[in-house]
Design a protein around this ligand. Structure first.
Ligand code: SF4
Length: 374
């Protein structure tokens, strides 16, 4: 007799590519906000959702509204996008929110949706840095904004922080971090500023701190946040106990997630796919009823490589027993020589149960992981 296994949980990412203005350092796909354009886009998200009905019958463990600026959605649009989904009772549902959009009116309506985690794009508490980043909010507004979120019952708040800003130092970063700590966020994501060729400020690369200063700033963040009780659970992410981002953990554990919206990229084992990073092409693709656009079916070897690439970003690294169960072979046997070489130069730590980057490898993780898997 055939046995039915319960469907495994899924993550869902919904991309909202509209922004009120374009920040000069940004190279993400984003387009200027217009209400009518956002409404049309949301209609397409609904059509796209219908293309993945069989996947969306799976229980959803996490949902993430990212952007762009997803807080341009009103509560009704959020509710409509969540309607008909099989959301697990304890699902983590995150909304990235622009500080300027944290108002009593917005939170009052947002509060009626199941969104239970806010990721706030604070970036810095230094007015000159915010100015350079072309962010519209002011540092002095943040405390009041967070207090308002707390007042509306949001107990899982993540703040973004950008380091390696032009002319920054450990001291200037320290001033920002001290202000963050007074806000007591449950989670802090720290990103090193990079200026890609296609961003407006690409020519200002000369003002960025050198690699040594970037590494010092990173080291400061790691030490300081650890001292303040944050668990450094992923290269760029710090959380109080119990507040690691469940959605992002799906990426790092190579668990399945569906992605909706222009430029959004998803992973439904063994398929990687990405929607076009262009509104018209995205609309055409949805109109054609195309599921999993630009799909690539990964070989077992690529799946293992991606699993390592993502999993090694976690401080705990790769759980060797889990790897063995998933892929039916021993990781340490396949990469024995490379692991031993990287261990000798102090870049990898191998224990009976885990393979992880060493502390000093975290800032140069890409090259260490590349050395291991390529
Ligand atoms: S950094 Fe964020 S808010 Fe600024 S343009 Fe890019 S996506 Fe929009």
């Amino acid at each position: 007799m055939e046995q039915d296994f319960p469907a495994s949980p899924l993550g869902l990412y919904i991309h909202i590519p509209f922004c009120l203005s374009r920040c000069g350092y940004c190279s993400f796909f984003s387009v200027p906000y217009r209400k009518s354009a956002l409404n049309e886009y949301v209609d397409y998200l609904h059509k796209e959702k219908a293309l993945y009905q069989s996947q969306l019958n799976r229980p959803l463990a996490t949902i993430y509204f990212g952007g762009g600026t997803p807080s341009l959605l009103n509560a009704e649009q959020i509710m409509d996008l969540l309607s008909g989904l099989n959301i697990l009772p304890k699902a983590e549902i995150t909304l990235e929110i622009n500080p300027l959009q944290i108002t009593e009116n917005y939170l009052q309506t947002l509060n009626k949706t199941p969104v239970n985690r806010l990721s706030i794009g604070v970036q810095s508490m230094n007015p000159e840095e915010l100015n350079w980043l072309e962010r519209q909010h002011k540092p002095e507004q943040i405390q009041e904004k967070i207090a308002l979120c707390r007042q509306f019952g949001y107990q899982n708040i993540s703040l973004d922080l950008i380091y390696g800003l032009p002319n920054s130092s450990v001291q200037s970063l320290q001033r920002t971090v001290e202000k963050y700590l007074t806000l007591k966020p449950e989670h802090i994501s720290c990103y090193l500023l990079t200026l890609d060729n296609d961003c407006r400020k690409a020519k200002e690369r000369a003002f960025l701190p050198d690699e040594e200063m970037q590494a010092e700033q990173y080291e400061f963040l790691c030490n300081c946040l650890k001292q303040e009780g944050y668990i450094h659970y992923e290269i760029s992410n710090f959380a109080l106990s119990g507040y690691a981002s469940q959605h992002n953990l799906r990426y790092w554990h190579s668990d399945d997630y569906l992605a909706l919206g222009a430029s959004a990229a998803g992973w439904i084992t063994p398929i990687r796919y990405q929607n076009p990073a262009d509104l018209n092409l995205y609309y055409q693709s949805v109109d054609k009823g195309e599921a999993f656009p630009q799909r690539e079916e990964l070989s077992e070897q690529r799946i293992v490589q991606d699993y390592l690439m993502m999993g090694l970003r976690l401080k705990e690294g790769i759980d060797l027993d889990e790897f063995n169960n998933r892929f039916r072979f021993k990781l340490t046997a396949l990469y024995e020589a490379k692991i031993s070489k990287l261990q000798k130069i102090g870049m990898l730590n191998l224990t009976e149960h885990n393979l992880a980057l060493s502390e000093k490898a975290l800032f140069v993780s890409n090259s260490v992981i590349g050395d291991l898997i390529l």
